[in-house]
Design a protein around this ligand. Structure first.
Ligand SMILES: *[C@@H]1O[C@H](CO)[C@@H](O)[C@H](O)[C@H]1NC(C)=O
Ligand SMILES: *[C@@H]1O[C@H](CO)[C@@H](O)[C@H](O)[C@H]1NC(C)=O
Ligand SMILES: *[C@@H]1O[C@H](CO)[C@@H](O)[C@H](O)[C@H]1NC(C)=O
Ligand SMILES: *[C@@H]1O[C@H](CO)[C@@H](O)[C@H](O)[C@H]1NC(C)=O
Ligand SMILES: *[C@@H]1O[C@H](CO)[C@@H](O)[C@H](O)[C@H]1NC(C)=O
Ligand SMILES: *[C@@H]1O[C@H](CO)[C@@H](O)[C@H](O)[C@H]1NC(C)=O
Length: 492
């Protein structure tokens, strides 16, 4: 049922942008989606504007019957909890069946989610079925970017935010025109294996009883986006009123843990015609699958190694040829790096969203940040390091040699959720590498306190950002900063 994706366009600092963000926050419709590189600036950083909660659902039967059903539906085996899931990123075939009623682009797209995780060419670094969005009202929403969850379909009545079986009213859930009951539009849609919809035995009672393909089938999804309870849509988006609109996406407004999962994941668990199902879920280590605590959600002190680690988004602005992770550039530790070419005033950053909340606060008490960096963008067209180095204005010594990392026009800063920054913004040319390695790699260890970022409010800091020091509009040699970065860590 695809609540629309939040697509922030972040600019570093700029109070004006923050103000604009309050007015414009999030979500462009899929048709208007553009890579952050092509359109930096404007929105974001604004705390979600919360609307009044969705209207209370009509009760089914008496309180006792409701409680009994609720208990039945909420039972989860030890170590698992109950959630609900809708889907986004549906293929053309599904959009054709439902968009004429639901609205153009109603299922959204996987790319350009609020956690970044989209390469400069629009490709996705993870398999489609691994993508998911966390409702911003989920208790473990802070630091949810990059966190993995095991999910499986839970058969039975789908519950509303009050834990009651949700009611189908006027062919919508709870009379909400943004949550149509898909079987009323078209029950004949099959999944990718051609399986027909198994039907809804509770339809006569005005409820939705989901039959899973296989309740024991478990998938692992990675949070790459958010589902805001209040979605702010700009004027000009399809179906949006003049002056823009703030819409309540009731699925994502708390009371029930909610994930908007990739269509590919949803249809592997249950028929896409249901549009919404119950899940059992648990947070797990993305690599080993070992269970992790539910709350507070896990945030890694390794920010990036081979890819953004749990807790951390990966974003760029005014950048080109950026890749989330490439085997063409490995750190001396042997881990894939992320590469980008920052154009003047461009940036690359990692963000632990809402991580200034108690239980998260990844920089609190930490001593330094450490990372490996080298000049030259392995992902650039024809991407040999020598050429990229030449573009950086550095002095390549031989064909294939990488450049001088400390000559790159870059600075670093650490900031929080609002316009709160650490006290200093170290410039790469002023930093002495702690270690150097073949291929032009240099390791930097930058203190969070004196002599480094000069932070005075570390607990509230949530972003680590590299930014071009070239003035906006600058041109010619040295105006661009092509580099690769890896093994980024918070040192305690
Ligand atoms: C159902 O829709 C009709 C027509 O739009 C409306 O008059 C009626 O109030 C709706 N009923 C409920 C229960 O929302
Ligand atoms: C679904 O299939 C039934 C039976 O073939 C048909 O009568 C109905 O018109 C179809 N509905 C849609 C929306 O295609
Ligand atoms: C090498 O760099 C120059 C200057 O930036 C650029 O014009 C040229 O296209 C690059 N060549 C390749 C193969 O990338
Ligand atoms: C590269 O280095 C050589 C000698 O080390 C120097 O003469 C030359 O000016 C340098 N070129 C650039 C573009 O810095
Ligand atoms: C690298 O660049 C820095 C800053 O421009 C300079 O001080 C240093 O000498 C350079 N190192 C090499 C090996 O060229
Ligand atoms: C962090 O932010 C909160 C809320 O904005 C503020 O009250 C607090 O003083 C800040 N600093 C620390 C160290 O918590």
């Amino acid at each position: 049922m695809a609540p629309a994706r939040r697509r922030p366009r972040r600019t570093p600092a700029a109070a004006a942008a923050a103000l604009l963000a309050l007015l414009l926050a999030c979500a462009a419709p899929p048709s208007a989606a553009q890579p952050a590189a092509a359109q930096p600036a404007a929105a974001a950083a604004a705390p979600p504007l919360r609307a009044a909660p969705a209207e209370a659902a009509p009760r089914a039967g008496g309180a006792a019957a409701g409680a009994a059903r609720r208990r039945a539906a909420e039972e989860a085996p030890a170590g698992w909890r109950i959630a609900r899931a809708t889907y986004y990123g549906a293929p053309e075939r599904i959009a054709r069946a439902y968009d004429p009623t639901r609205g153009e682009g109603s299922f959204g797209i996987l790319a350009y989610g609020s956690c970044g995780y989209t390469n400069g060419d629009g490709s996705l670094p993870f398999p489609r079925a691994a993508y998911a969005a966390s409702a911003d009202a989920n208790p473990d929403y802070p630091g949810s970017c990059g966190r993995c969850y095991q999910i499986r379909c839970k058969p039975g009545l789908v519950l509303n935010n009050q834990g009651q079986p949700i009611k189908i009213i006027n062919n919508t859930f709870e009379g909400d025109r943004f949550r149509p009951y898909l079987p009323a539009i078209n029950p004949n849609v099959t999944d990718e294996e051609g399986r027909p919809w198994p039907g809804n035995t509770a339809e006569a009672a005005g409820e939705q009883n989901v039959v899973c393909w296989d309740p024991s089938k478990t998938l692992t999804v990675r949070i790459a986006d958010s589902c805001p309870c209040t979605q702010v849509l700009p004027e000009g988006a399809p179906g949006v009123a003049k002056g823009g609109e703030a819409r309540t996406q009731s699925w994502c407004c708390a009371g029930q843990q909610h994930f908007d999962i990739a269509y590919d994941a949803f249809q592997a668990l249950a028929s896409p015609v249901y549009g919404v199902m119950n899940l059992e879920y648990r947070p797990v280590d993305c690599d080993s699958g070992a269970p992790l605590p539910f709350e507070p959600g896990f945030v890694s002190k390794t920010i990036y190694s081979g890819g953004a680690r749990p807790g951390w988004s990966w974003q760029t602005y005014r950048a080109k040829d950026f890749v989330f992770s490439t085997q063409s550039a490995k750190t001396p530790g042997g881990n894939a790096a992320t590469c980008a070419t920052l154009t003047p005033a461009g940036g690359l950053y990692f963000h632990c969203r809402e991580c200034d909340r108690a239980g998260y606060r990844p920089f609190e008490g930490a001593r330094a940040v450490a990372f490996w960096l080298r000049a030259g963008n392995a992902a650039a067209a024809g991407g040999d390091a020598a050429n990229a180095t030449a573009a950086a204005g550095a002095n390549a010594t031989a064909a294939g040699a990488a450049g001088n990392a400390t000559a790159l026009p870059l600075k670093l800063f650490v900031r929080g959720e609002r316009d709160n920054y650490c006290g200093a913004e170290p410039r790469l040319p002023d930093l002495a590498p702690a270690e150097e390695a073949p291929g032009g790699w240099a390791r930097f260890v930058v203190p969070l306190g004196a002599g480094g970022f000069d932070c005075f409010d570390l607990g509230n800091m949530t972003h680590l950002e590299w930014q071009s020091t070239a003035a906006l509009g600058a041109d010619g040699p040295g105006s661009e900063a092509p580099f690769c970065l890896g093994d980024v860590q918070i040192l305690e």
